[in-house]
Design a protein around this ligand. Structure first.
Ligand code: FAD
Ligand code: NAI
Length: 478
């Protein structure tokens, strides 16, 4: 007799594990399937998906360690602090990263036990429909188990996109998985793709001493950001020694005695060869759907491999939802989590809603870049009248005392109604500052609402208020 669950979630990344927990909170019997052991020595599935095992969390651990190293190496003199004999133990840094990952993935196991979520260890695929739901086969080294699900949430996430003539071995030529495991900083690091991963991982190894060259196919840098932010980021990254070549066409990568050589054509058509010790390929990600046997339940992916869903993440098969990286929209952990909650609440007959327009983005470089809402260039192309206010961290006392005064906050509001349409930050702690802007936009606040809200002094958040004040040309500290 097959086990039956009210809800079966496929994939235990931030989308899937949050969906499973929310569904359990709502009183359903829930199972969640996961197979990926992410190199677990015992071969046990590790929960938390890309985010906890090979993405957000390990990368931010490395970002923090490398930022500290750079700060101590170069930015303590003004504080009157001299450090002699500074040494970076990369193996120790990697151990710290791994212990954070262990703790977080173990935490998800704990949450499953606490909420009564059954973990089904193995690869899940659809076997067909039955009157009361769906047949799902979970394949593992111990054999196959077929379970029945009244409702299904697909949360199988994504994997790195590769290019045919650049073969990833995750030793010399790496995607996100290998690129975070180096045991020493490469002397010369090549990166294909100046997107979020390229810039974050590239900055980690640059801070630890690598000479980093980034090869980007697009003629412009950080095209998704407000253009004022991209300009400032480009200047700061250049000053930090990151070499970024735009408008290139990648040729062939070849392993050499010392590492790898990669040929490319620049924007003028000239041919080049980049010799490096290691190469990272970070050119976007593709959804994981090929193992699901979606045809068995009458579903098809779109031309890019995503599962088509409506605004509430419902697929064309009744009672089957799909969330996170496997569906349209930004590939972000917090987007996957919010969709997980929404799918579980839809199953419970509630009326959840996600405002994708007030979903924040962060890039964890130095300084951090964060934004929510629309950019100036988007608003111009929509023909919308708007006003802007900008405030630099160099006029903020807290930023000066932290020694992190690069960057600014820019707020954009509707010219007539004053509703906030976008907030763009480049600066220290932008990842935390942007939450205030996201909340303001979720409540459809005006710039005046933020300008009239008392902010703590001295704090970086005062720069957000000053940017709001600057919209009416009444910033007080500049
Ligand atoms: P995933 O996290 O990919 O999880 C899907 C899970 O499903 C996986 O564990 C997989 O093994 C499992 N699975 C797949 N197929 C099956 C199957 N057939 N049966 C059973 N299980 C299956 N986002 C941010 O918001 N902030 C960041 O700072 C950030 N940093 C990142 C850094 C890197 C290097 C990378 C690669 C990504 C980063 N992201 C970040 C993106 C974020 O990790 C993803 O958006 C997020 O993990 C997507 O969650 P998900 O649940 O949809 O999928
Ligand atoms: P990305 O989409 O951010 O950037 C890929 C870059 O590679 C783009 O600039 C693209 O123009 C370029 N590119 C594509 N094909 C190329 C080619 N053939 N040659 C040269 N350049 C090429 O993708 P990335 O960096 O791989 O990250 C994947 C996703 O993971 C991101 O989109 C993001 O959603 C998520 N992520 C989020 C983070 C965060 O929130 N802080 C951190 C890291 C990843």
């Amino acid at each position: 007799m097959n086990r039956t669950f009210d809800v079966v979630v496929i994939g235990a990344g931030p989308g899937g594990y949050i969906a499973a927990i929310r569904a359990a909170q709502l009183g359903f019997s829930v199972a969640c399937c996961e197979f990926n052991s992410y190199d677990d020595p015992a071969g046990e599935p590790r929960l938390g998906g890309t985010c906890l095992n090979a993405g957000c969390i390990p990368l931010k651990a490395l970002v923090s360690s490398s930022e500290l190293f750079e700060k101590i190496s170069h930015h303590l003199e003004d504080h009157g602090i001299t450090v002699n004999g500074l040494h970076m133990d990369v193996l120790r840094m990697q151990k710290r990263k791994e212990s954070i990952v262990d703790r977080m993935t173990g935490g998800v196991q704990f949450l499953f036990r606490k909420n009564g979520v059954t973990l089904l260890k193995g690869r899940a695929s659809f076997a067909g429909r039955v009157d009361e739901g769906y047949r799902i086969v979970v394949r593992s080294k111990d054999g196959d188990e077929e379970v029945l699900a009244k409702k299904v949430i697909i949360a199988t996430g994504s994997k790195a996109r590769h290019i045919p003539n650049v073969k990833v071995d995750n030793e010399t030529i790496c995607d996100n998985e290998g690129a975070m495991k180096f045991t020493e900083p490469p002397k010369r690091l090549g990166i294909i793709g100046a997107g979020v991963i390229g810039l974050e991982i590239g900055s980690v190894w640059r801070r630890l001493g690598a000479e980093v060259t980034v090869l980007e196919v697009m003629p412009s840098f950080l095209g998704a950001c407000d253009e004022s932010i991209s300009r400032q980021a480009s200047k700061l990254f250049l000053k930090q020694g990151l070499h970024i070549r735009l408008g290139v066409k990648i040729g062939q990568a070849k392993l050499t005695e010392s590492g790898v050589s990669i040929s490319y054509t620049d924007d003028q058509g000239a041919e080049h060869l980049l010799e490096c010790d290691r190469l990272i390929v970070s050119i976007g990600r593709v959804p994981n759907t090929e193992e699901l046997n979606l045809e068995a339940i009458g579903l098809q992916t779109d031309e890019r491999g995503f599962i088509p869903v409506d605004d509430h993440c419902a697929t064309a098969s009744s009672g089957v939802y799909a969330i996170g990286d496997v569906v349209r929209g930004p590939m972000l952990a917090h987007k996957a989590e919010d969709e997980g909650v929404m799918a579980a609440e839809m199953i419970a007959g509630m009326k959840p809603h996600i405002d994708y327009g007030s979903m924040p983005w962060v890039i964890y470089t130095t300084p951090e870049i964060a934004w929510v809402g629309k950019t100036e260039q988007q608003l111009r192309s929509e023909g919308r009248d708007y006003k802007t206010g900008q405030f630099p961290f160099s006029a903020n006392g807290r930023a000066l005392s932290l020694g992190d005064s690069d960057g600014f906050v820019k707020m954009i509001a509707d010219a007539k109604t004053d509703e906030i349409l976008g907030v763009h930050i480049i600066g220290s702690n932008a990842s935390d500052l942007i939450a205030e802007a996201a909340l303001a936009m979720e409540f459809r606040a005006s710039s005046e609402d933020v300008a009239r809200t008392c902010h703590p002094h001295p704090s970086l958040s005062e720069a957000v208020r000053e940017a709001a004040l600057a919209i009416e040309k009444r910033a007080l500290n500049i």
